[in-house]
Design a binder for this molecule. Structure first.
Ligand code: PLP
Length: 444
Protein backbone atom coordinates (compact mmCIF):
# COMPACT_ATOMS: atom_id res chain seq x y z
CA UNK A 1 0.00 0.00 0.00
CA UNK A 2 1.16 3.53 -0.75
CA UNK A 3 1.84 6.22 1.81
CA UNK A 4 -1.14 8.33 0.88
CA UNK A 5 0.13 11.28 2.95
CA UNK A 6 2.79 11.72 0.26
CA UNK A 7 0.32 11.64 -2.63
CA UNK A 8 -2.30 13.94 -4.04
CA UNK A 9 -5.65 12.46 -3.07
CA UNK A 10 -9.30 13.49 -3.37
CA UNK A 11 -9.98 13.00 0.34
CA UNK A 12 -7.57 13.94 3.12
CA UNK A 13 -5.72 10.75 4.16
CA UNK A 14 -6.23 11.39 7.87
CA UNK A 15 -10.02 11.26 7.41
CA UNK A 16 -9.83 7.92 5.58
CA UNK A 17 -7.45 6.39 8.10
CA UNK A 18 -9.49 7.45 11.10
CA UNK A 19 -12.64 5.79 9.80
CA UNK A 20 -10.98 2.71 8.32
CA UNK A 21 -9.39 2.03 11.69
CA UNK A 22 -12.63 2.68 13.56
CA UNK A 23 -14.64 0.27 11.37
CA UNK A 24 -11.75 -2.25 11.22
CA UNK A 25 -9.98 -3.27 8.03
CA UNK A 26 -11.36 -6.79 8.44
CA UNK A 27 -14.82 -5.49 7.57
CA UNK A 28 -13.45 -4.13 4.33
CA UNK A 29 -11.84 -7.45 3.49
CA UNK A 30 -15.08 -9.26 4.36
CA UNK A 31 -17.00 -7.10 1.89
CA UNK A 32 -19.47 -6.11 4.55
CA UNK A 33 -21.51 -3.77 2.38
CA UNK A 34 -23.55 -2.20 5.17
CA UNK A 35 -20.38 -1.41 7.11
CA UNK A 36 -18.82 0.01 3.98
CA UNK A 37 -21.88 2.19 3.45
CA UNK A 38 -21.64 3.56 6.95
CA UNK A 39 -17.89 4.14 6.63
CA UNK A 40 -18.41 6.10 3.42
CA UNK A 41 -21.27 8.09 4.99
CA UNK A 42 -18.89 9.20 7.74
CA UNK A 43 -16.08 10.03 5.31
CA UNK A 44 -18.48 12.06 3.17
CA UNK A 45 -19.69 13.91 6.26
CA UNK A 46 -16.18 14.75 7.50
CA UNK A 47 -14.67 15.59 4.12
CA UNK A 48 -17.65 17.31 2.52
CA UNK A 49 -16.90 15.30 -0.68
CA UNK A 50 -19.50 13.11 -2.38
CA UNK A 51 -18.28 9.62 -3.20
CA UNK A 52 -18.71 7.63 -6.37
CA UNK A 53 -20.65 4.90 -4.60
CA UNK A 54 -20.16 1.48 -6.06
CA UNK A 55 -20.25 -0.57 -2.85
CA UNK A 56 -23.85 -1.67 -2.59
CA UNK A 57 -26.48 -2.97 -4.97
CA UNK A 58 -29.23 -0.59 -3.93
CA UNK A 59 -31.38 0.08 -6.99
CA UNK A 60 -30.65 3.53 -8.40
CA UNK A 61 -34.16 3.97 -9.81
CA UNK A 62 -37.44 5.09 -8.32
CA UNK A 63 -39.59 2.29 -6.91
CA UNK A 64 -42.45 1.12 -9.08
CA UNK A 65 -45.42 3.48 -8.64
CA UNK A 66 -47.74 0.56 -9.33
CA UNK A 67 -46.39 -1.16 -6.24
CA UNK A 68 -46.63 1.94 -4.07
CA UNK A 69 -50.24 2.64 -5.06
CA UNK A 70 -51.30 -0.96 -4.44
CA UNK A 71 -49.55 -1.00 -1.09
CA UNK A 72 -51.24 2.21 0.07
CA UNK A 73 -54.63 0.94 -1.07
CA UNK A 74 -54.07 -2.34 0.78
CA UNK A 75 -53.09 -0.55 3.98
CA UNK A 76 -56.34 1.42 3.87
CA UNK A 77 -58.24 -1.82 4.40
CA UNK A 78 -57.87 -3.54 7.79
CA UNK A 79 -54.94 -5.80 6.83
CA UNK A 80 -52.46 -4.12 9.13
CA UNK A 81 -54.22 -5.69 12.12
CA UNK A 82 -54.32 -9.21 10.67
CA UNK A 83 -51.48 -11.75 10.75
CA UNK A 84 -50.44 -12.97 7.31
CA UNK A 85 -50.74 -16.66 6.46
CA UNK A 86 -47.59 -18.75 6.15
CA UNK A 87 -48.21 -19.63 2.51
CA UNK A 88 -48.94 -16.10 1.34
CA UNK A 89 -51.94 -14.21 0.00
CA UNK A 90 -53.86 -16.21 -2.63
CA UNK A 91 -53.92 -13.40 -5.18
CA UNK A 92 -50.16 -12.86 -4.84
CA UNK A 93 -49.49 -16.57 -5.27
CA UNK A 94 -51.62 -16.60 -8.40
CA UNK A 95 -49.78 -13.63 -9.86
CA UNK A 96 -46.40 -15.21 -9.12
CA UNK A 97 -47.45 -18.36 -11.00
CA UNK A 98 -48.79 -16.29 -13.90
CA UNK A 99 -45.60 -14.18 -14.07
CA UNK A 100 -43.47 -17.36 -14.10
CA UNK A 101 -45.47 -18.61 -17.09
CA UNK A 102 -45.25 -15.28 -18.91
CA UNK A 103 -41.53 -14.58 -18.40
CA UNK A 104 -40.03 -18.07 -17.98
CA UNK A 105 -42.59 -20.26 -19.74
CA UNK A 106 -42.82 -22.21 -16.49
CA UNK A 107 -45.95 -24.09 -15.52
CA UNK A 108 -46.30 -24.01 -11.76
CA UNK A 109 -49.31 -24.10 -9.45
CA UNK A 110 -49.96 -21.06 -7.22
CA UNK A 111 -49.79 -23.30 -4.14
CA UNK A 112 -46.10 -23.87 -4.88
CA UNK A 113 -45.35 -20.13 -5.17
CA UNK A 114 -44.51 -18.60 -1.80
CA UNK A 115 -43.97 -14.87 -1.16
CA UNK A 116 -40.86 -14.19 0.92
CA UNK A 117 -39.33 -11.29 2.82
CA UNK A 118 -37.02 -10.65 -0.14
CA UNK A 119 -34.90 -13.14 -2.01
CA UNK A 120 -32.57 -13.25 0.96
CA UNK A 121 -35.33 -14.76 3.12
CA UNK A 122 -36.10 -17.38 0.44
CA UNK A 123 -32.46 -18.44 0.33
CA UNK A 124 -32.25 -18.65 4.10
CA UNK A 125 -35.38 -20.80 4.38
CA UNK A 126 -34.19 -23.04 1.56
CA UNK A 127 -30.78 -23.59 3.13
CA UNK A 128 -32.56 -24.42 6.40
CA UNK A 129 -34.75 -27.11 4.85
CA UNK A 130 -33.08 -28.31 1.65
CA UNK A 131 -29.72 -28.18 3.41
CA UNK A 132 -30.84 -30.37 6.33
CA UNK A 133 -32.98 -33.01 4.67
CA UNK A 134 -30.39 -35.79 4.97
CA UNK A 135 -28.07 -36.19 7.95
CA UNK A 136 -25.16 -37.20 5.75
CA UNK A 137 -25.60 -34.37 3.24
CA UNK A 138 -24.32 -31.48 5.32
CA UNK A 139 -22.70 -29.20 2.74
CA UNK A 140 -24.02 -26.43 0.51
CA UNK A 141 -22.26 -25.82 -2.79
CA UNK A 142 -22.14 -22.23 -3.99
CA UNK A 143 -21.32 -21.55 -7.63
CA UNK A 144 -19.04 -18.58 -7.13
CA UNK A 145 -18.26 -15.75 -7.20
CA UNK A 146 -21.56 -15.02 -5.51
CA UNK A 147 -23.66 -12.85 -3.25
CA UNK A 148 -21.72 -12.52 0.07
CA UNK A 149 -24.94 -12.85 2.13
CA UNK A 150 -25.50 -16.42 0.91
CA UNK A 151 -22.20 -17.68 2.27
CA UNK A 152 -22.82 -15.89 5.54
CA UNK A 153 -26.26 -17.52 5.80
CA UNK A 154 -24.83 -21.00 5.27
CA UNK A 155 -22.26 -20.33 7.96
CA UNK A 156 -24.85 -18.89 10.34
CA UNK A 157 -27.08 -21.95 10.00
CA UNK A 158 -24.10 -24.15 10.79
CA UNK A 159 -23.94 -25.98 7.49
CA UNK A 160 -20.69 -26.68 5.69
CA UNK A 161 -19.86 -24.74 2.61
CA UNK A 162 -18.08 -25.66 -0.57
CA UNK A 163 -17.34 -23.18 -3.31
CA UNK A 164 -16.77 -23.60 -7.00
CA UNK A 165 -15.28 -20.55 -8.70
CA UNK A 166 -16.69 -21.06 -12.16
CA UNK A 167 -14.20 -18.91 -14.07
CA UNK A 168 -12.02 -21.83 -15.15
CA UNK A 169 -14.96 -24.18 -15.69
CA UNK A 170 -17.22 -22.55 -18.21
CA UNK A 171 -19.11 -24.48 -20.91
CA UNK A 172 -18.60 -28.22 -21.09
CA UNK A 173 -15.63 -28.00 -18.67
CA UNK A 174 -18.25 -27.52 -15.96
CA UNK A 175 -19.49 -31.10 -16.16
CA UNK A 176 -16.36 -32.92 -15.02
CA UNK A 177 -15.61 -30.42 -12.26
CA UNK A 178 -19.15 -30.39 -10.91
CA UNK A 179 -19.35 -34.17 -11.04
CA UNK A 180 -16.09 -34.42 -9.08
CA UNK A 181 -17.64 -32.32 -6.31
CA UNK A 182 -21.13 -33.85 -6.28
CA UNK A 183 -19.90 -37.43 -6.49
CA UNK A 184 -18.56 -37.10 -2.93
CA UNK A 185 -22.20 -37.35 -1.83
CA UNK A 186 -22.11 -34.66 0.88
CA UNK A 187 -23.75 -31.84 -1.10
CA UNK A 188 -27.40 -31.22 -0.24
CA UNK A 189 -28.07 -28.19 -2.35
CA UNK A 190 -26.34 -25.98 -4.86
CA UNK A 191 -26.99 -22.29 -5.46
CA UNK A 192 -26.25 -20.19 -8.48
CA UNK A 193 -27.45 -16.76 -9.58
CA UNK A 194 -27.96 -15.84 -13.21
CA UNK A 195 -26.94 -13.16 -14.18
CA UNK A 196 -24.73 -13.28 -11.18
CA UNK A 197 -23.67 -10.91 -8.48
CA UNK A 198 -20.77 -9.82 -8.58
CA UNK A 199 -19.35 -10.71 -11.99
CA UNK A 200 -22.46 -10.55 -14.20
CA UNK A 201 -21.69 -14.01 -15.49
CA UNK A 202 -24.64 -15.29 -17.50
CA UNK A 203 -24.74 -19.06 -17.53
CA UNK A 204 -25.71 -20.61 -20.85
CA UNK A 205 -28.47 -23.14 -21.58
CA UNK A 206 -25.73 -25.78 -21.87
CA UNK A 207 -24.29 -24.96 -18.43
CA UNK A 208 -27.72 -24.91 -16.81
CA UNK A 209 -28.51 -28.25 -18.38
CA UNK A 210 -25.30 -29.72 -16.95
CA UNK A 211 -26.22 -28.44 -13.48
CA UNK A 212 -29.74 -29.91 -13.76
CA UNK A 213 -28.50 -33.29 -14.96
CA UNK A 214 -25.89 -33.68 -12.24
CA UNK A 215 -28.21 -32.43 -9.49
CA UNK A 216 -30.69 -35.13 -10.47
CA UNK A 217 -27.97 -37.75 -10.60
CA UNK A 218 -26.67 -36.93 -7.11
CA UNK A 219 -29.98 -35.98 -5.45
CA UNK A 220 -28.98 -32.34 -4.98
CA UNK A 221 -31.55 -29.55 -4.95
CA UNK A 222 -30.57 -26.74 -7.30
CA UNK A 223 -31.47 -23.26 -6.06
CA UNK A 224 -31.70 -20.92 -9.01
CA UNK A 225 -31.51 -17.32 -7.88
CA UNK A 226 -32.91 -15.04 -10.56
CA UNK A 227 -32.72 -11.80 -8.56
CA UNK A 228 -31.67 -10.19 -11.88
CA UNK A 229 -34.26 -11.97 -14.02
CA UNK A 230 -33.91 -11.19 -17.71
CA UNK A 231 -31.23 -8.54 -17.16
CA UNK A 232 -28.80 -10.03 -19.67
CA UNK A 233 -29.59 -7.21 -22.06
CA UNK A 234 -27.79 -8.85 -24.98
CA UNK A 235 -31.05 -10.74 -25.48
CA UNK A 236 -34.51 -9.22 -25.38
CA UNK A 237 -36.43 -11.11 -22.70
CA UNK A 238 -38.85 -8.29 -22.05
CA UNK A 239 -42.01 -9.49 -23.81
CA UNK A 240 -44.44 -11.59 -21.77
CA UNK A 241 -45.51 -14.84 -23.43
CA UNK A 242 -42.93 -14.49 -26.18
CA UNK A 243 -39.71 -16.40 -26.63
CA UNK A 244 -36.83 -16.16 -26.10
CA UNK A 245 -37.07 -16.90 -22.38
CA UNK A 246 -34.06 -16.56 -20.04
CA UNK A 247 -32.19 -19.83 -19.46
CA UNK A 248 -33.65 -21.56 -16.42
CA UNK A 249 -33.09 -24.81 -14.62
CA UNK A 250 -36.85 -25.21 -14.37
CA UNK A 251 -36.80 -26.32 -18.00
CA UNK A 252 -34.48 -29.23 -17.32
CA UNK A 253 -35.53 -30.72 -14.00
CA UNK A 254 -38.72 -31.15 -11.96
CA UNK A 255 -36.81 -30.90 -8.69
CA UNK A 256 -35.83 -27.27 -8.02
CA UNK A 257 -36.21 -24.08 -6.03
CA UNK A 258 -36.40 -20.82 -7.95
CA UNK A 259 -35.90 -17.53 -6.11
CA UNK A 260 -37.13 -14.23 -7.54
CA UNK A 261 -36.91 -10.74 -6.13
CA UNK A 262 -38.68 -7.45 -6.60
CA UNK A 263 -35.64 -5.51 -5.36
CA UNK A 264 -33.82 -5.02 -8.66
CA UNK A 265 -36.55 -5.86 -11.18
CA UNK A 266 -39.06 -3.41 -9.73
CA UNK A 267 -36.63 -1.25 -7.68
CA UNK A 268 -38.65 -2.31 -4.65
CA UNK A 269 -35.76 -3.33 -2.38
CA UNK A 270 -36.93 -1.43 0.70
CA UNK A 271 -40.24 -3.25 1.01
CA UNK A 272 -38.51 -6.64 1.24
CA UNK A 273 -40.66 -8.73 -1.03
CA UNK A 274 -39.49 -11.72 -3.02
CA UNK A 275 -40.72 -15.07 -4.29
CA UNK A 276 -39.84 -18.72 -3.76
CA UNK A 277 -41.10 -21.17 -6.37
CA UNK A 278 -40.78 -24.80 -5.39
CA UNK A 279 -41.33 -27.61 -7.86
CA UNK A 280 -44.39 -29.78 -7.15
CA UNK A 281 -42.25 -32.87 -6.75
CA UNK A 282 -40.01 -31.25 -4.17
CA UNK A 283 -42.88 -29.52 -2.36
CA UNK A 284 -44.55 -32.87 -1.67
CA UNK A 285 -41.40 -34.90 -1.04
CA UNK A 286 -40.89 -36.50 2.38
CA UNK A 287 -37.55 -36.42 4.17
CA UNK A 288 -37.67 -38.33 7.48
CA UNK A 289 -34.50 -36.59 8.74
CA UNK A 290 -36.40 -33.28 8.74
CA UNK A 291 -38.38 -34.41 11.79
CA UNK A 292 -35.31 -33.64 13.88
CA UNK A 293 -36.14 -29.96 13.23
CA UNK A 294 -39.78 -29.82 12.16
CA UNK A 295 -43.19 -31.23 12.96
CA UNK A 296 -43.52 -32.30 9.35
CA UNK A 297 -41.23 -34.41 7.22
CA UNK A 298 -42.82 -32.97 4.07
CA UNK A 299 -40.73 -30.26 2.36
CA UNK A 300 -43.57 -27.75 1.70
CA UNK A 301 -44.92 -27.47 5.28
CA UNK A 302 -41.39 -27.63 6.69
CA UNK A 303 -40.51 -24.53 4.74
CA UNK A 304 -43.73 -22.52 5.09
CA UNK A 305 -44.94 -23.35 8.61
CA UNK A 306 -41.70 -24.70 9.97
CA UNK A 307 -39.32 -22.03 8.76
CA UNK A 308 -40.85 -18.94 7.15
CA UNK A 309 -43.54 -18.50 9.81
CA UNK A 310 -41.18 -19.09 12.71
CA UNK A 311 -38.50 -16.70 11.47
CA UNK A 312 -40.42 -13.72 10.04
CA UNK A 313 -43.96 -14.48 11.24
CA UNK A 314 -45.08 -14.18 7.62
CA UNK A 315 -44.69 -11.64 4.86
CA UNK A 316 -46.44 -8.23 5.25
CA UNK A 317 -49.66 -8.27 3.27
CA UNK A 318 -49.20 -4.72 2.03
CA UNK A 319 -45.96 -5.63 0.25
CA UNK A 320 -47.65 -8.78 -1.05
CA UNK A 321 -50.36 -6.53 -2.52
CA UNK A 322 -47.67 -4.38 -4.13
CA UNK A 323 -45.99 -7.46 -5.55
CA UNK A 324 -49.25 -8.82 -6.96
CA UNK A 325 -49.96 -5.50 -8.67
CA UNK A 326 -46.44 -5.18 -10.16
CA UNK A 327 -46.47 -8.77 -11.40
CA UNK A 328 -49.93 -8.35 -12.90
CA UNK A 329 -48.93 -5.17 -14.73
CA UNK A 330 -45.75 -6.83 -16.02
CA UNK A 331 -47.61 -9.96 -17.15
CA UNK A 332 -50.24 -7.82 -18.87
CA UNK A 333 -47.46 -6.04 -20.78
CA UNK A 334 -48.29 -2.72 -19.11
CA UNK A 335 -45.14 -2.42 -17.02
CA UNK A 336 -41.91 -2.77 -18.99
CA UNK A 337 -39.64 -3.42 -16.02
CA UNK A 338 -36.77 -4.64 -18.17
CA UNK A 339 -36.84 -1.46 -20.26
CA UNK A 340 -36.56 0.65 -17.11
CA UNK A 341 -33.56 -1.24 -15.73
CA UNK A 342 -31.61 -1.17 -19.03
CA UNK A 343 -29.91 2.00 -17.84
CA UNK A 344 -27.62 -0.15 -15.65
CA UNK A 345 -26.12 -1.78 -18.74
CA UNK A 346 -25.55 1.61 -20.35
CA UNK A 347 -23.74 2.85 -17.25
CA UNK A 348 -21.65 -0.34 -17.03
CA UNK A 349 -20.52 0.09 -20.64
CA UNK A 350 -19.32 3.66 -20.02
CA UNK A 351 -17.79 2.91 -16.61
CA UNK A 352 -15.87 -0.14 -17.81
CA UNK A 353 -14.36 1.91 -20.63
CA UNK A 354 -13.15 4.54 -18.17
CA UNK A 355 -11.68 1.93 -15.83
CA UNK A 356 -9.89 0.21 -18.71
CA UNK A 357 -8.46 3.52 -19.97
CA UNK A 358 -6.97 4.08 -16.55
CA UNK A 359 -4.97 0.93 -16.12
CA UNK A 360 -7.65 -1.38 -14.69
CA UNK A 361 -8.54 -4.81 -16.04
CA UNK A 362 -11.86 -6.63 -16.05
CA UNK A 363 -11.44 -9.69 -13.82
CA UNK A 364 -14.34 -11.90 -14.93
CA UNK A 365 -14.07 -10.78 -18.52
CA UNK A 366 -15.71 -13.51 -20.58
CA UNK A 367 -18.93 -15.46 -20.91
CA UNK A 368 -17.64 -18.43 -22.86
CA UNK A 369 -15.95 -16.88 -25.88
CA UNK A 370 -17.68 -13.53 -25.76
CA UNK A 371 -17.05 -10.48 -23.55
CA UNK A 372 -19.09 -10.42 -20.36
CA UNK A 373 -22.40 -8.56 -20.67
CA UNK A 374 -22.98 -5.07 -19.30
CA UNK A 375 -25.31 -4.94 -16.33
CA UNK A 376 -25.72 -4.21 -12.66
CA UNK A 377 -22.17 -5.22 -11.60
CA UNK A 378 -18.72 -5.74 -13.03
CA UNK A 379 -15.35 -6.72 -11.59
CA UNK A 380 -12.03 -4.92 -11.99
CA UNK A 381 -8.46 -5.15 -10.75
CA UNK A 382 -5.42 -2.87 -10.75
CA UNK A 383 -1.88 -4.20 -11.17
CA UNK A 384 0.01 -4.80 -7.95
CA UNK A 385 -2.91 -4.55 -5.53
CA UNK A 386 -5.03 -7.18 -3.79
CA UNK A 387 -8.77 -6.55 -3.85
CA UNK A 388 -8.93 -5.38 -0.23
CA UNK A 389 -5.97 -3.05 -0.84
CA UNK A 390 -7.59 -1.70 -3.99
CA UNK A 391 -10.87 -1.13 -2.16
CA UNK A 392 -9.07 0.80 0.57
CA UNK A 393 -6.83 2.72 -1.87
CA UNK A 394 -9.81 3.87 -3.93
CA UNK A 395 -11.39 5.38 -0.81
CA UNK A 396 -8.64 8.05 -0.87
CA UNK A 397 -9.92 9.02 -4.30
CA UNK A 398 -13.57 9.12 -3.28
CA UNK A 399 -14.63 5.79 -4.82
CA UNK A 400 -16.20 2.95 -2.81
CA UNK A 401 -16.45 -0.75 -3.71
CA UNK A 402 -16.09 -4.21 -2.12
CA UNK A 403 -13.28 -6.73 -2.65
CA UNK A 404 -13.98 -9.97 -4.50
CA UNK A 405 -12.51 -12.05 -1.68
CA UNK A 406 -15.87 -11.68 0.06
CA UNK A 407 -17.70 -13.37 -2.80
CA UNK A 408 -16.03 -16.77 -2.86
CA UNK A 409 -13.88 -15.67 -5.77
CA UNK A 410 -10.42 -17.10 -6.21
CA UNK A 411 -9.48 -13.86 -7.93
CA UNK A 412 -8.44 -12.02 -4.80
CA UNK A 413 -6.96 -9.19 -6.85
CA UNK A 414 -10.38 -7.92 -7.86
CA UNK A 415 -13.16 -5.67 -6.61
CA UNK A 416 -16.86 -5.50 -7.40
CA UNK A 417 -18.22 -2.33 -8.90
CA UNK A 418 -21.93 -1.71 -8.76
CA UNK A 419 -23.39 0.59 -11.41
CA UNK A 420 -26.74 1.34 -9.84
CA UNK A 421 -26.11 4.35 -7.62
CA UNK A 422 -23.85 6.33 -9.96
CA UNK A 423 -25.67 9.09 -11.75
CA UNK A 424 -24.81 9.81 -15.37
CA UNK A 425 -23.74 13.32 -14.36
CA UNK A 426 -21.15 11.79 -12.00
CA UNK A 427 -19.35 9.96 -14.83
CA UNK A 428 -16.92 12.85 -15.60
CA UNK A 429 -16.06 12.93 -11.88
CA UNK A 430 -15.37 9.18 -11.93
CA UNK A 431 -13.08 9.70 -14.89
CA UNK A 432 -11.19 12.52 -13.18
CA UNK A 433 -10.73 10.54 -9.98
CA UNK A 434 -9.52 7.43 -11.78
CA UNK A 435 -7.04 9.50 -13.77
CA UNK A 436 -5.71 10.95 -10.52
CA UNK A 437 -5.62 7.47 -8.98
CA UNK A 438 -3.63 6.13 -11.91
CA UNK A 439 -1.05 8.94 -11.88
CA UNK A 440 -0.66 8.82 -8.12
CA UNK A 441 -0.27 5.05 -8.05
CA UNK A 442 2.55 5.44 -10.55
CA UNK A 443 4.41 7.74 -8.10
CA UNK A 444 7.30 6.12 -6.26
C1 PLP B 1 -27.73 -12.66 -6.29
C2 PLP B 1 -28.63 -12.02 -5.31
N1 PLP B 1 -29.59 -12.74 -4.72
C3 PLP B 1 -30.41 -12.21 -3.83
C4 PLP B 1 -30.32 -10.89 -3.48
C5 PLP B 1 -31.23 -10.36 -2.41
O1 PLP B 1 -32.39 -9.88 -2.92
P1 PLP B 1 -33.52 -9.31 -1.95
O2 PLP B 1 -33.32 -7.84 -1.89
O3 PLP B 1 -34.78 -9.70 -2.64
O4 PLP B 1 -33.39 -9.95 -0.63
C6 PLP B 1 -29.34 -10.08 -4.05
C7 PLP B 1 -29.21 -8.69 -3.65
O5 PLP B 1 -28.31 -7.97 -3.97
C8 PLP B 1 -28.47 -10.67 -4.99
O6 PLP B 1 -27.50 -9.97 -5.56
Amino acid sequence: MKDFFKLQTTIKPEIIQKHVEYFDRRNIAAGNTRVMMRLVDFIERDSGEKFIRMEIGTPGLNPSQIGIDAEIAALKTNIASVYPSAEGVTETKEEIARFAKKFLNLDIAPEHCVPTVGGINGAYATFMVAGRRYKDKDTVLLIDPGFPAHRLQVKMIGLKLESLDIYEYRGNKLEAKLEEILAKGNISTLLFSNPNNPAWICLSEEEIQIIAKLCEKYNVIPIEDLAYLGMDYRVDYSHPDQPPYPPSITKYTDYFVLLLSSSKSFSYAGQRIGMMLISAKLFDSKFPDLTQYYLSEVYGPAITYGTMLLTSGGVPQSSQAALAAMLRAASDGQYQFLEETKIYAEKARIMKKIFLENGFQIVYDKDGDVPIADGFYFTVSFPGLRGDELTESLLYFGISSIPLSSTGSLRIEGIRACTSLIKMEQIPELEQRLKLFRTQMAEM
